[in-house]
Design a binder for this molecule. Structure first.
Ligand SMILES: [Ca+2]
Ligand SMILES: [Ca+2]
Length: 354
């Protein structure tokens, strides 16, 4: 028994010394010299550092990561600021949803050489828009406003990613969750877990100018914000943003197949529309988009199916305009334009080799 106690005491002594000398002799043996990334069970990413290193970051040790090292995740909440990357924005330090009506802001200070942040919405669930407008809760990134490319968002956006540039590299970006106390939404549970990763000016994975969303995989899924087809009028107004695709010389064409497409008109009637005359208010701008196998080209696509004009089913759309890019445009009105039950879009994209 005595032997065990002495051993435990020695271990404790070692760990204390290691905590106090992060770069010292013991850290060479007991924690990585160059901190390596680690994954936590809630989908967040941290750094393997000593307990002391984690306290310096004001991080949370989520799990053990080797002898005397912890996976340290930087969570921040209302009123905080951070220059660590990645930082995770949460409603409260206890990592629980909130029902409080509040203006919750987080300041992100650019570290040196950083030009942009990528926001990944690991969880994003606040109140729904009303007739396309975030009248109650909203998420915005200041000094960007909904009139610039980063829109004000609400509803459900789990799984979405956006890229926002620092307007100047010395002043912070402010992430703001505005939670309303209006009777229509009071007491609702709101939750979010937003990963904020700072991106170097030289990072090849940085989104090009004018691109709110950026995809570099050769195939994937693009969805409109608050894509929740089970909810009527989940569609968002006042959008004008670019979805861009990073490609290389290997790829000459991109195909687009809609699982869901409901952008204008009566959401309960199947009808594809295209062209400037028919798609005036809400549309997807797909440069030189042509229905597969046809040599007719359009830029604007709208209606309730994505495909050949007047078709009642969606067809594959091909674009060969490089770099691949789609613009999402919606105006400020919806039902007064005769648009009912528009739910937005969910489209599979795929690059095609030359
Ligand atoms: Ca519409
Ligand atoms: Ca509209």
């Amino acid at each position: 028994m005595k032997v065990i106690l002495v051993l435990l005491y020695m271990l404790r002594l070692l760990s204390t010394v290691q905590c106090q000398t992060e770069r010292g002799f013991f850290s060479l043996f007991f924690s990585p010299v160059v901190a390596t990334p680690c994954n936590s069970t809630d989908g967040t990413e941290g750094l393997c550092v000593s307990q002391y290193g984690c306290r310096v970051r004001r991080g949370t040790a989520t799990s053990s990561c080797g002898v005397f090292a912890v996976c340290c995740v930087v969570y921040r909440t209302c009123g905080h600021s951070s220059s660590f990357s990645p930082t995770y924005f949460v409603p409260q330090t206890a990592l629980k949803p909130t029902t409080a009506a509040t203006s919750c802001t987080l300041h992100i200070t650019p570290a040196s050489d950083m030009c942009q942040v990528r926001l990944r919405f690991l969880t994003f669930n606040i109140s729904q828009p009303e007739d396309g407008v975030c009248t109650h809760d909203s998420f915005s990134v200041l000094p960007h406003t909904f009139s610039t490319s980063m829109p004000r968002l609400c509803g459900v956006n789990t799984g979405q990613e956006v890229y926002v540039s620092f307007t100047d590299r010395t002043s912070p970006l402010t992430l703001r969750m505005l939670l309303s106390n209006n009777a229509a939404v009071a007491g609702q549970e709101r939750s979010w877990l937003i990963e904020i990763e700072q991106m170097r000016c030289t990072d090849p994975k940085r989104a090009p100018a004018g691109c709110l969303q950026y995809h570099t995989e050769s195939k994937g899924l693009i969805q409109s914000f608050n894509f929740a087809p089970e909810l009527p009028n989940s569609y968002m107004n006042n959008l004008n943003y670019g979805i861009c695709f990073g490609s290389n010389f290997k790829f000459c064409e991109m195909s687009l197949d809609a699982d869901t497409f409901s952008v204008s008109g009566d959401g309960d009637t199947a009808l594809a529309l295209a062209g400037e005359a028919l798609c005036r208010n809400d549309y997807l701008f797909i440069p030189s988009g042509a229905p597969f196998g046809q040599k007719v080209y359009f830029d604007r696509f709208c209606g309730t199916r994505l495909g050949t004009p007047n078709s009642t089913v969606s067809n594959t759309i091909i674009t060969s305009s490089l770099p691949f890019r789609i613009n999402v445009v919606t105006n400020k009105a919806e039902q007064t334009d005769g648009d009912v039950n528009n739910t937005g879009f969910s489209i599979k994209y795929r690059f095609m080799e030359c």
